[in-house]
Design a protein around this ligand. Structure first.
Ligand SMILES: *Cc1c(COP(=O)(O)O)cnc(C)c1O
Length: 362
């Protein structure tokens, strides 16, 4: 790894070194077949093995029962923003959304094009610095579904509890930036979706875990490709799937299993984030932007005492081999993304750098 640097980018993001190396060799020759992963027919046995293994690993890691489908779709999480209401929002029904940041808002914009939307809770008045508590959320009467964003990549907040929804209301979760960073009690959710490029693999594939019965709500007049039932029936192969991206996701899941699974990963992620937040909390130059009880373990968003210092820090960090620390353009400041693949050594290197920077610029 000597020629690679620590990449704190929010997505596409760092992947485990061993996954990259294995993928490099699979590009040339998949499992001794003499054909690379990008060149295999998706209808052949070799690729069938790849997608079956990725699904089986996801099911095993997360305890996903047979009543749920595991789908590998395209179009990113952004496509789920409209596929969810297209398939789940019946005539005259309402979709409930908890608004915790830019991605929640984008999901709501799409849903409003297709039906009624109720904002069940929002942290917007406080600049999305926290996750609303149960007493700050009010669901509408019998919504078609309730939607949350489990980790807010731009604002650095994360749900640290499963939200309570009224009995029978399907809970839908955009988990693009924290999926498989910790155990997930899938039975509490009707559907979880995630673009792969933050915590699962390369851009180009979106993981959708959904309860099978949910797919039956969709009108059959929808374009075939936009109905979940199509992808369930065809096992993610109605049309050509993003084969290479699915291959890499499978390798990431195998790496996760080897590392001890989701509980072990959660423990590591807690340790990693604590290292960085603890430094920031005692620092006189830096402060974290999210409220303590809502802090994301995946995206640590923080500010320095001046914008000039922030600019200088980001430039010097780049020179020191710490990339991708610039905060999202809409909020400024710094953001250190500590997804599963970021080793604790990277977090320690970041803390050392911040401490040196603070000393030199006091
Ligand atoms: C990045 C991100 C998205 C958008 O994902 P695309 O795959 O680019 O469409 C949606 N939601 C969250 C929480 C994200 O972090």
């Amino acid at each position: 790894m000597s020629d690679r640097i620590y990449n704190f980018s929010a997505g596409p993001a760092m992947l485990p070194g061993q996954v990259i190396r294995k993928s490099m060799s699979a590009l040339w020759d998949l499992d001794g077949t003499g054909i690379g992963i990008m060149e295999h027919s998706h209808r052949g046995a070799a690729f069938q093995g790849v997608i079956d293994r990725a699904e089986a690993l996801a099911r095993e890691l997360c305890g996903i029962p047979d009543s749920y489908s595991v789908l590998f779709l395209q179009g990113g999480a952004s496509t789920q923003f409209f596929m969810v209401p297209m398939n789940l929002l019946g005539e005259g029904q309402c979709g409930d959304y908890v608004n915790t940041g830019a991605w929640s808002q984008k999901a709501m914009v799409e849903a409003k094009k297709l039906g009624k939307v109720h904002e069940a809770g929002s942290s917007e008045p406080d600049k999305f610095t926290y996750i609303p508590g149960p007493d700050q959320i009010s669901w509408s009467e019998k919504p078609a579904y309730a939607h949350i964003t489990s980790n807010n990549t731009i604002f650095g907040t994360e749900w640290h509890r499963d939200p309570e929804v009224p009995a029978g209301v399907p809970l839908v979760c955009d988990a693009s930036s924290d999926i498989f960073s910790r155990p997930l009690d899938i039975k509490r959710y009707a559907m979880v979706y995630a673009g792969a490029q933050k915590n699962l693999g390369p851009a180009g594939v979106t993981l959708v875990i959904m309860r099978n019965d949910l797919a039956e709500r969709a009108p059959k007049t929808l374009p075939t490709l936009l109905q979940y039932r199509t992808h369930i029936d065809k096992k993610s192969m109605f049309n050509t799937p993003p084969a290479f991206a699915i291959y890499v996701v499978g390798e990431v899941l195998a790496w996760l299993k080897e590392a001890g699974g989701l509980a072990a990963m959660a423990e590591r992620n807690r340790e990693k984030a604590a290292l960085v937040y603890d430094y920031i909390d005692q620092s006189e130059m830096f402060s974290a932007t999210a409220r303590k009880d809502s802090r994301s373990l995946m995206n640590v968003c923080f500010r320095a005492t001046s914008e000039d210092l922030e600019k200088k820090l980001i430039a010097q960090a780049g020179e020191a081999g710490l990339a991708g620390l610039k905060g999202h353009r809409s909020v400024g400041g710094m953001r250190a993304s500590l997804y599963n693949a970021m080793p604790i050594e990277g977090c320690q290197a970041l803390v050392n750098f911040l401490a040196d920077f603070e000393k030199a610029n006091r």
